[in-house]
Write a protein that binds this ligand. Structure first.
Ligand SMILES: Cc1cc2nc3c(=O)[nH]c(=O)nc-3n(C[C@H](O)[C@H](O)[C@H](O)COP(=O)(O)OP(=O)(O)OC[C@H]3O[C@@H](n4cnc5c(N)ncnc54)[C@H](O)[C@@H]3O)c2cc1C
Length: 503
């Protein structure tokens, strides 16, 4: 498709004023700030509708997701998964040569993957799809105007998709030791750490802990809270048990009294309630490691945006938005990690669609936090969508909770990996409110439940699902058809009883 110049497309205006070289403002319908998954999804959605859209990115396209988030971490997890599959070979009668890990090659693999993914989100590709990409930093000059690198932009609407960066917890002594975060060297495997301490126990922290440990790096997890705090504790416990069984020291709910340098590395002193560690019950114990990776949450990138000039409120958890993702400046929306909530590229992309629709159709497309599946790509994985059991009870009172274990699934037995289960919550009428799965391929298996929650489907729809055999996906039908699901109410039983009388 032939594309016009910026002047043709935006009717370049001289509104906005400013310093020399910035006099002419671009006036697109939408200006997206940030080229991570949220910003790219928003810009592409607007361009697909034929709406003039500018995207401003100050660093690399793909955002922190590509540089230090999903893509490199999942590439590392994939390498660790290959190791684990080979390690299990003898159980299946297949033996490879002695297993070895070449961390330099693992790093090359991660770089190759990020390179391939980045090609799909390059500025050139976005331009070809109708997005005007500006390389530079965006900053509000007033409520309606932004500077973007050397340009001025005065759009009808703005979508802030500025993402987040690692937050560093206030731990005594942390500032006296060297540490990495995923954003600065977290995936640099050029030198093998003798013993890696990971500070934090959220989904991303545990994925990285398991992957490093599987690749031969002794790993300890230290956290002041529980593991996988956002997940169903019953299912999260299975993941933690597995990490411990694989040899990772997982110290949860401890109080870190100090972190200090010691010869050859770092020492944490902790006290606490870790139920697995008798010594921790009262006194202080030392947790020693050679390297430290901090994966302890995120903080929004709000510092250099000039938000005050635009009348946009924010705090340490993110930019304040209403249910339609609109900020305190009605022309400006915010999505993704810049807004309080779980850090997830999937969430950023979902919110991008909601915000663009609200803007284009001048109609509310509210954000629904429960619609986005949350996943820990550990092994077993843990995926959930919709309401947890606790949340469902709080909101709906009496609910039905159904569980089905993978140990009764033929595919899981064939693969010799039967650990895990599915848990589903439905209201009294059988409408599916939420589902959580712990087990291999949990992230893939949650998909039909995502559809069910989004479309308020009943358990009977899932019980009628036809799945190939033998697959793990068959567990969806099995759990929905459990007697406790109440799919055969009394009146249907009475009809069956009556019809039996006819022979
Ligand atoms: C180790 C790790 C593993 C993860 N794994 C997963 C996973 O498996 N699945 C998942 O869904 N999520 C995962 N995440 C989370 C995911 O990476 C983030 O939620 C996602 O990147 C958020 O997307 P975003 O578009 O909101 O922001 P970002 O990806 O952070 O992009 C924001 C962009 O805005 C730009 N920017 C900021 N300010 C300005 C400005 N003033 N002007 C111009 N540009 C600006 C930045 O340079 C950046 O490129 C992981 C994160 C980490 C750290």
């Amino acid at each position: 498709m032939a594309r016009g110049t910026d002047r043709d497309r935006f009717g370049i205006s001289s509104r906005g004023g400013g310093k020399a070289g910035m006099a002419e403002a671009l006036t697109p319908d939408i200006c997206v700030v940030g080229g991570g998954p949220g910003g790219i999804a928003a810009a592409l959605a607007a361009a697909a509708e034929g709406v003039p859209v500018v995207l401003v990115e100050r660093a690399g396209m793909g955002g922190s997701d590509l540089a230090s988030g999903t893509i490199p971490s999942k590439a590392l997890v994939a390498a660790a998964g290959i190791y684990e599959a080979l390690r299990l070979g003898p159980v299946f009668g297949v033996t490879a040569a002695p297993l070895q890990v070449n961390l330099g090659k693992v790093r090359e693999h991660i770089e190759a993957v990020t390179g391939e993914v980045s090609a799909g989100v390059s500025a050139g590709r976005l331009t070809a799809l109708g997005v005007t990409v500006i390389a530079g930093e965006a900053r509000f000059r007033d409520r309606r105007t932004l500077s973007a690198g050397e340009r001025l932009v005065r759009p009808r609407r703005v979508i802030l998709a500025v993402g987040s960066q690692p937050s560093i917890p206030a731990v005594p002594g942390l500032d006296t030791v060297e540490y990495m975060t995923p954003a600065d060297g977290g995936f640099d495997l050029s030198r093998k750490p003798a013993h890696l301490i990971i500070l934090g126990a959220d989904r991303h922290a545990l994925e990285l802990a398991q992957a490093h440990n599987r690749l031969g790096i002794d790993t300890t997890v230290v956290a002041e809270g529980p593991a996988l705090a956002d997940d169903d504790p019953e299912l999260a416990a299975l993941v933690v048990d597995r990490l411990r069984a694989e040899g990772i020291r997982v110290r949860l709910n401890v109080r870190i009294t100090s972190v200090a340098r010691r010869k050859g590395g770092i020492r944490f002193l902790v006290t606490g309630t870790d139920e697995r560690d008798a010594n921790a019950a009262g006194g202080e114990i030392a947790v020693d490691g050679s390297h430290l990776l901090v994966v302890a949450g995120r903080r929004p990138n709000v510092d250099d945006l000039g938000l005050a000039a635009a009348g946009i409120q924010y705090d340490g958890s993110g930019i304040a938005v209403d249910r339609q993702l609109r900020t305190t400046n009605r022309r400006v929306y915010a999505i993704g990690d810049a807004v309080a909530g779980p850090a997830s590229a999937g969430r950023a992309e979902y919110q991008a669609g909601r915000a663009v629709n609200s803007i284009l159709y001048r109609w509310p497309f509210p954000d629904d936090p429960g619609a986005v599946p949350a996943v820990a790509f550990t092994d077993p994985g843990l995926a959930s969508v919709g309401l947890s059991e606790g949340e469902a009870r709080r909101r709906h009172g009496d609910v039905r909770t159904l569980r089905f274990p993978f140990v009764e699934n033929d595919r899981a037995l064939i693969e010799r990996l039967p650990a895990g289960a599915i848990k589903v919550v439905a209201d009294r009428r059988g409408r599916i409110l939420g589902a959580a799965i712990v087990g291999r391929d949990a992230a893939e298996l949650i998909v039909p439940w995502s559809l069910a929650v989004a479309n308020r489907l009943p358990l009977s729809a899932m019980a009628a699902l036809v799945t190939p055999h033998p697959t793990r996906s068959g567990i969806a039908r099995r759990v929905a058809a459990l007697p406790e699901a109440g799919l055969t109410p009394g009146w249907r039983r009475r009809i069956i009883e009556l019809l039996r009388k006819f022979g």
